[in-house]
Ligand binder design. Structure first.
Ligand code: SF4
Ligand code: SF4
Length: 432
C-alpha cells in the first residue's frame, strides 16, 4: 500500500496520513477530521514539542471533545458458558464442491441425529432463562448445505416454535449457497421471517469455477434463481462473497448483478487459506482489492445498495471479531459443540482450541476450561494490533485465520483492513 502511515497521538487518538493528507481519528468516539498541509504542519510541531497542553492543537482537540474518557469495548463474558445463539449444522452433505471450502463438505457425509438437535434446542431456551432473556436465535449453518436436509430444518423450526414460551421471540437465520431455494422454500423462509445469508462468489464464470456442483457443472444459474425466489417472496437476505485472487477484479460486476435481481446488501470478505483453499486458489493482492472495493462501494451508494466488509463500519467498534471467543454454541454433525464455524469435526487442526463440548441425546457437556481459554481471544491480547489505527473496526480479524497462520493475520489481510478504513475515513473527512 502506498505510504500509508499512522501514529498513536494519545490513547484512542491517531494521526493517519498518506501522500500529504492527514486525518485525525478517534475510533472509540467515532470522531475524525481532515488536516490539510497547514494543519499537518501544526500537528507535526505539536508532536515534536512532546504534545504540550498549552499548544493550540491540544486546545483544539480538547474543545472538540477528543479527550473524553470512553469505555473500552467488551470482551467475552465472564463465568459459565452461555450463548445467545444456537447454530445447528444439520448435515455435512453438500450439493456443491467449492474449491476453497473449509469443511471439505460433501466428502464425508454425516447427519446430526434428531435427538441431538432436540436436546440442543432445549438447551438454547435453558441458556436464555439463565440470562433472563426472552429472545432466542436459531441459525442453520456450517459444514454442509442445510437445504440438502430441508425436512430436518423444517422439523427443527417447528420443534423450536412448539417450545417457545408465550411473549418470547425467536429469530431464524440460514446460511446457504442458495442453489436449492425454490418458491416453496422461499415461502417457508418468508413465513418464519428468516434472515438469509446467501454465499455466492461473483459473476457467472467466477461462480462456476469456484463453486461447482458435485457433478462439476456450474452453480451460477441455480444460485441466481434461488436469490430471485427470495426477492419474490420478500425474504431479507444478504449476499456474502469470498474474495480471492480470482474474483477481486470483478467486485463491481458482481454488485451490478446483485442489485439487478433486487439484493439489498452485499458483504465481501477476503479469502483465507484453510481446507481445500490450500490446493491452489490464488491469493489476493491487497492494493487491487482495496481499489476494486472502493469503486464498488461508490457504485453501491448510487444504486441504494449496502456494500460492505468487516472493518468498514466506522460506528461499529469492537474488541471481539466474532463469538468464537467462547460465546458461540454451534452443534456440528458429529454432535460436538464448536465455537468456530470453520472447525466442524474433531479431526480439524484447531479442534482442541474451538471444540468446547458435546451434545448427546441426554445432556450438554461443556469443557469450561476450554471456554475460559478462548476468552483471551480479543484485541487486547494481540500485541501487533495495539498501535494499529484500524484495531477497533478490524477487531484483530478472524481467530481461526490468526491461529492457523501462526498467531498473526496474514500481511495482506492487515493491508486490506487498514487500506479500506483509510479510504473510508479520508472520503468521510474530506466531505466534512
Ligand atoms: S473464528 Fe473466524 S471462522 Fe471461526 S467463527 Fe469466527 S470469523 Fe468464523
Ligand atoms: S489484524 Fe492487522 S489490521 Fe487488524 S487490528 Fe491487527 S494489525 Fe490492525
Amino acid at each position: 500500500m502506498n505510504n500509508l502511515q499512522w501514529q498513536e497521538m494519545h490513547p484512542n487518538l491517531f494521526l493517519v496520513q498518506q501522500d500529504g493528507i492527514g486525518v485525525v481519528y478517534s475510533p472509540l468516539l467515532g470522531k475524525f477530521f481532515y488536516a490539510n498541509s497547514d494543519g499537518m504542519a501544526i500537528i507535526a510541531e505539536y508532536l515534536q514539542l512532546g504534545k504540550p497542553e498549552n499548544h493550540p492543537f491540544h486546545e483544539h482537540l480538547k474543545s472538540n471533545g477528543f479527550f473524553q474518557t470512553v469505555e473500552l469495548p467488551r470482551i467475552a463474558n465472564d463465568g459459565r458458558f452461555n450463548s445467545r445463539e444456537l447454530t445447528v449444522s444439520v448435515t455435512s452433505a453438500c450439493n456443491l464442491r467449492c474449491v476453497y471450502c473449509y469443511a471439505n463438505a460433501g466428502v464425508n457425509f454425516l447427519d446430526l441425529p434428531w435427538s441431538v438437535i432436540e436436546r440442543s434446542i432445549k438447551q438454547m431456551y435453558a441458556y436464555a432463562e439463565i440470562r433472563g432473556d426472552k429472545e432466542v436465535e436459531l441459525s442453520f449453518h456450517g459444514t454442509g448445505e442445510t437445504i440438502v436436509k430441508w425436512g430436518v430444518m423444517v422439523k427443527a423450526v417447528n420443534y423450536a416454535l412448539s417450545l417457545l414460551p408465550k411473549e418470547w421471540k425467536i429469530k431464524f437465520t440460514l446460511v446457504t449457497n442458495g442453489t436449492l431455494i425454490d418458491d416453496e422454500k422461499a415461502k417457508f423462509l418468508a413465513k418464519h421471517n428468516y434472515s438469509v445469508v446467501l454465499s455466492m462468489d461473483g459473476t457467472e464464470s467466477v461462480q462456476n469455477k469456484l463453486r461447482p456442483k458435485a457433478d462439476g457443472s456450474g452453480s451460477y444459474q441455480a444460485a441466481i434463481k434461488g436469490a430471485q425466489a427470495l426477492v419474490k417472496h420478500g425474504v431479507f437476505f444478504a449476499m456474502r462473497s469470498t474474495i480471492t485472487g480470482l474474483n477481486q477484479d470483478s467486485m463491481l460486476d458482481f454488485l451490478e448483478i446483485c442489485a439487478s435481481i433486487g439484493c439489498e446488501e452485499i458483504s465481501v470478505a477476503p479469502f483465507s487459506l484453510t481446507g481445500r483453499g490450500e490446493e491452489g486458489v490464488p491469493d489476493i493482492d491487497a492494493e487491487k482489492f482495496i481499489a476494486h472495493y472502493i469503486v464498488a462501494k461508490k457504485r453501491a451508494k448510487e444504486l441504494g445498495v449496502i456494500f460492505l466488509m468487516p472493518s468498514d463500519y466506522l460506528d461499529n467498534v469492537s474488541a471481539r471479531y466474532c463469538n468464537a471467543d467462547g460465546e458461540s454454541f454451534a452443534v456440528m454433525p458429529q454432535g460436538i459443540i464448536s465455537t468456530c464455524t470453520r472447525v466442524t469435526k474433531t479431526e480439524d487442526a484447531l479442534s482442541r482450541t474451538f471444540v468446547i463440548g458435546e451434545v448427546t441425546p441426554d445432556e450438554v457437556i461443556i469443557n469450561q476450561q476450554r471456554v475460559d481459554d478462548l476468552k483471551s481471544l480479543n484485541l487486547y491480547n494481540f500485541p501487533e494490533c495495539a498501535g494499529c489505527f484500524a484495531k477497533f473496526t478490524c477487531a484483530g480479524g478472524c481467530h481461526h485465520t490468526r491461529l492457523i497462520s501462526g498467531g498473526k493475520q496474514p500481511q495482506n489481510y492487515c493491508e486490506i483492513m487498514q487500506g479500506v478504513l483509510w479510504e473510508t475515513l479520508r472520503e468521510a473527512a474530506l466531505n466534512g
